[in-house]
Design a binder for this molecule. Sequence first.
Ligand code: NAI
Length: 413
Amino acid sequence: MDTEDDALAWTRDYTPILRSLAAEHGDSRPFEGYTIAVASHLETKTGILIETLRDAGARVLVTGSEPYSTDAAVVRALDTQEGIELFVEADTTEEAWEAGQHDLIEREPDFLLDDGCELIAKAHAEHPEVCRQVIGGGEQTTAGITRLEAMESDGVLEFPVYGVNDTPMKHFFDNVHGTGESALSNMQITTNTMLSGKTVVVAGYGYCGRGIARKARGVGARTVVTEVDPRKALEAHTDGHRITEMAEAAEIADYVITSTGSREIVRAEHVEAMSDGVILANAGHFDVEIDLDGLEALAERTTQPREGVTRYHLADGRRINVLARGRLVNLTGPHSSGHPAEVMDTTFAMMFVAAQDLLTGDRELAPGVYAIPDRLDRAVAERKLETLGVAIDAPTDSQREYAADWEHADSSF
Ligand code: NAI
């Protein structure tokens, strides 16, 4: 399907890598006979990945990785397509979302492309007989890889999984630029406020936090970073951000954005120190980075001053605003459309090649979490450059010899 007027049409124009993969594999159909499950925020870019897998021969089963990030228009665009089966609806409940995931797993997919390790963890916990037949998986998030590594060290992981998040092509672009731009733009659209001249506190200076802080400073905000890793703190300091503890940052914040992958980063004791009107948002995978129970306990009542904003009214009159119920602000807010399509094009191309390598390649891997081979990462980077029409140098023979000659025996070097 490639029409000009369906919900995916706009995004097709900005996902040239996926379109080139679909074109290349449309005849050879490497996934013919395989069933691939996709658990992801179901928005337009995911729709293009799903179509690409199907065009390459797979039967694709689809669920959400989160109950509130499913786009109704994308559901409609995919629902009628051959070779694609949906196990999620827009505006669903947590219970219905969970039930959909279990229904999907019971269809015995061969491969699981996951987001947050939701599907893989559920399959292991409640469908062990299905897990034993699964050939492999791919995981696109930092949070999901942390869970997978915990499963691996507990000795329960039943199949090999490629940690797609950890490839350079994923975390340098998706986490840094994708999260940086989409988290901030969603916060601005949701609140209709200006970041310039404001104090933006970013909790966590990993890939995502670095992107958020860098881009906030780019539009003129004063940036403050909180960290627990001394090297990351030093990096943020050297990049020119102010580093301090959350207890102090809370006092001066106009905005606080969490992106740590941990929990209870903003707690009641921090809220006690915040100014009236502060805006809190989370860009980390799970909705546990802002302690909403603690905030609830401090508040006399809550209101909804704008769509996507929950306002907590404290007894002394201060108002604390939380965006998107503390869930991923760039994916679950009322105006959010996730990462820019060009960024997801590379991430989803990595998911595609991960599936291709494990399903159709000649690697025999024991259960475990694996880095994506460098050759696949480079191949996606080359394809991306091609779509941009950008040429780069190739090393000369002399340069290759120089790199291989550890003795530097040739005096001409
Ligand atoms: P990362 O591991 O590179 O960075 C996390 C940083 O948080 C680390 O530097 C760590 O030291 C720091 N940290 C941990 N506990 C902390 C605490 N108590 N206070 C302050 N800092 C703390 O991870 P990455 O790739 O930046 O991802 C962060 C989160 O964002 C994860 O949950 C990930 O799944 C999620 N993510 C969200 C995306 C989105 O679209 N919103 C996209 C990609 C990742």
